[in-house]
Write a protein that binds this ligand. Structure first.
Ligand code: HDD
Length: 706
């Protein structure tokens, strides 16, 4: 008989609701529940005299405040979370006995935390960095965590090097600079001396490191795990998440500006998307390798610095995760959630991947200090939905009131309960892998091919993506003061591709390698490039509509409605908040004023027709808005007189069509509609341009300053 508790999409929320504060919140009280009559002045001797120690309300309030902070995570300190649910597409019984992967009707609650790795808790979202993608499934068999990243590989092979990596990449120990950045001497000093890092360097310097949104990036379990079915047959697996909106990135210049203008850019995007009903969705995929094929690849399948190329091991998309609710309280949920790769359920097992093996220790260990003791799993967000029953007792912050006198096993006084469950009753049985060996500090020879997959990645990039990588090297190494360190990195990437090394050397003032490295070859894995991603939707994209007094209202209403119908979010941007009057004397509410926004927070811009263009084309703000959007490859649409603003901007070398023609422009994502053109066809072209996300070729037009 299946004695497991039934779980549905709402189960976790119902559990959390039980710890919400008392709804009777009329009066302020102390922590003892005593009503407080006055909280503006401390208790004193006379109106101008000293404060009294006996003021228990004052002391309690201050003491609690003094202790509000807990240590931030040593890595991944900056993060944002959301609730949701997971559904499998079809029973995975053949491969795993995990209960949450059996029934397509079942919705398993999840909590996801996205993060940057290097920055402190208050650092900017849009820095160049790996993004964490950690998912906790609250299954009926216990909590299952996939603690992944948005890149499928890692910097190092063995967990023993993790403290070195993090010490090198965090702000330097003497002056604690720079914040949230790998662009400094110690990281590149470490990297230049560590060939196994090369493949990851290619990923971190690619556009993957500056995602447009947490909703538009992939996730990967990175390490190798196992699926085990009810018969005990095991297969090696790697886990993937792919966003339904496609994988899209920011421009580097834009990312840096956003870090100042809106340091919460990705956090805000996630929050607002969920509030607006644009629920982020990700498909869940697995790659599986049969045990007998373990050694049939030219990489070691336990090496976390390697991908399993899709061409060799296909990804099977087996389910979908939807994030549909923001947390009630950041600290209680997003900050206190504790993930651990060792949190597995029956049907999912570990592997000997040496990075994973170290992680299995580190996460539990770190929570003990971060969350203040061994009872952190009692914190509501960490509580499983399945019952917890064992003989672990006491410790700081214990909230469970264990009853009876028995806290050991075996026992007769308590009918031998709780007792171990056999596998048929859901007991976790470790996969019985046969191991033989000597105790040695060493790794298998196969781990030492550090360059083949770095070459594969480089080769799979489009020309624009390659250029972004080269420029990222120029930035990162340009911030390194030691020229010896710069040169060592150039020598390292010379192993990937000789031309890459020369192009990088050129930008950072060091000589090219003494002997040019071999070309990277021709082998490609097309899906490593973001060019192959989803580009047929404008859902949830933000479009700025620049409008001053005298815009053509009917046209704006038509375009705005068409964009909304396709799921985008147009906003009226004008000089001031309030209402802005159209040519026919009607008014529209302004969503953002020039002072509070900029092109960098939008995906596209549209300049309507009307006599307001006379004003716009003389406004430096509007001109800069268009220049910057152009430079960042964003779709730009202009109708009628609105085209005048484009002509007043620095977009030179682009001929403006007066008619509906304009195909050449449209190809560059600049969509215009002259006096003869039709607004309908403008809308179609503009939508296609927005769906493309960015028109990166435009970045090369150096005559546009921004
Ligand atoms: Fe880690 C946090 C992902 C290697 C040690 N890690 C952490 C988080 C993510 C990852 C997403 C944040 C979880 C959250 O939102 O709370 N880490 C990874 C991935 C890795 C990886 C995908 C490579 C496969 N990590 C790794 C190694 C070690 C750690 C090799 C140590 C041996 N990671 C930690 C940690 C953290 C952590 C110190 C900090 C906060 C926490 O665990 O809860 O224990």
């Amino acid at each position: 008989m299946d004695t497991r508790r039934k779980i549905n999409e709402k189960s976790k929320q119902e559990q959390l609701d039980r710890v919400h504060p008392d709804p009777e919140r009329e009066y302020l009280t102390t922590n003892q529940g005593v009503r407080v009559s006055h909280t503006d002045d401390a208790l004193k001797v006379g109106e101008r005299g000293p404060t009294l120690l006996e003021d228990f309300h004052f002391r309690e309030k201050l003491t609690h405040f003094d202790h509000e902070r807990i240590p931030e995570r040593i890595v991944h300190a900056r993060g944002s979370g959301a609730h949701g649910y997971f559904q499998v597409y079809e029973p995975m019984t053949e491969y795993t006995r995990a209960a949450f992967l059996q029934d397509p009707k079942k919705k398993t609650p999840v909590f996801v935390r996205f993060s940057t790795v290097v920055g402190f808790r208050g650092s900017a979202d849009t820095v160049r960095d790996v993004r964490g993608f950690a998912v906790k499934f609250y299954t009926e068999e216990g909590n299952y965590d996939i603690v992944g990243n948005n890149m499928p590989i890692f910097f190092i092979v063995d967990a023993i090097k993790f403290p070195d990596l993090i010490h090198a990449i965090k702000p330097e120990q003497h002056h604690q600079m720079p914040q949230a950045s790998s662009a400094h001497d110690t990281f590149w000093d470490f990297a230049g001396s560590l060939p196994e890092i090369t493949h990851m360097l290619m990923w971190v310097l690619s556009d993957r490191a500056i995602p447009r949104s947490y909703r538009m990036m992939q996730g990967f379990g990175v390490n190798t795990f196992r699926f085990v079915n009810a018969e005990g047959k095991a297969r090696f697996v790697k886990f993937h998440w792919r966003p339904l909106l496609g994988i899209h990135s920011l421009a580097w210049d834009e990312a840096q500006k956003l870090a100042g203008k809106d340091p919460d850019f990705n956090r805000r995007d996630l929050w607002e998307a969920i509030e607006m009903g644009d629920y982020p969705e990700y498909e869940f995929g697995v790659q599986m390798i049969e045990e007998e094929d373990e050694h049939n690849f030219d990489f070691d399948i336990l090496d976390a610095t390697k991908i399993w190329p899709e061409e060799e091991v296909a990804i099977r998309w087996i389910g979908k995760m939807t994030l549909n609710r923001n947390p009630d309280n950041f600290f209680a949920e997003t900050e206190q959630i504790a993930f651990c790769p060792a949190n597995v359920v029956p049907g999912i097992d570990l592997s000997n991947d040496p990075l994973l093996q170290g992680r299995l220790f580190s996460y539990l260990d770190t929570q003990l200090i971060r969350l203040g003791g061994p009872n952190f799993q009692e914190i509501p967000i960490n509580r499983p939905l399945s019952p917890v029953a064992n003989n672990q007792r006491e410790g700081y912050h214990r909230t469970t009131i264990d009853q009876g006198r028995v806290s050991y096993f075996p026992n007769a006084l308590g009918e031998n309960k709780p007792r171990p469950a056999p596998a048929e009753e859901g007991g976790y049985v470790h996969y019985q892998e046969k191991i033989e060996g000597r105790k040695i500090r060493a790794r298998s020879e196969k781990f030492n091919d550090h360059f083949s997959q770095a070459k594969l990645f480089w080769n799979s990039m489009s020309e624009v993506e390659k250029e972004h990588i080269v420029k990222a090297f120029h930035f990162e190494l340009g911030k390194v003061s030691d020229t010896g360190v710069r040169s060592r990195v150039v020598d390292l990437i010379n192993n990937v591709d000789g031309d890459l090394a020369i192009r990088v050397a050129q930008g950072i003032g060091v000589p090219p390698p003494a002997r040019k490295g071999a070309p990277s070859g021709t082998k490609k894995s097309p899906n490593l490039s973001q060019e192959t991603t989803v580009m047929d939707t404008i859902k949830s994209r933000r479009v700025a509509i620049l409008a001053m007094e005298g815009y053509n209202r009917d046209e704006v209403v038509q375009v705005e409605q068409a964009l909304k119908d396709a799921g985008a979010h147009p906003e009226i941007v004008s000089e001031f908040y309030g209402r802005v009057r159209s040519a026919d004397g009607k008014e529209m509410e302004v969503d953002r004023s020039y002072a509070t926004t900029g092109s960098i927070v939008y995906d596209a811009v549209y300049i309507p027709g009307g006599r307001h263009a006379e004003t716009l084309k003389n406004q430096s703000y509007a001109i800069h808005f268009v220049n910057e959007a152009f430079k960042h490859g964003k779709p730009i649409g202009a109708i009628g007189e609105g085209i005048e603003l484009l002509k007043a901007s620095a977009i030179k070398g682009v001929a403006f069509a007066d008619t509906s023609g304009g195909e050449a422009l449209a190809e560059m994502g600049v969509v215009t509609c002259g006096s003869q053109g039709s607004v309908e066809s403008f809308i179609d072209q503009f939508k296609t341009a927005i769906a493309r996300h960015r028109h990166w070729d435009r970045e090369r037009m150096e005559q546009v300053p921004a």
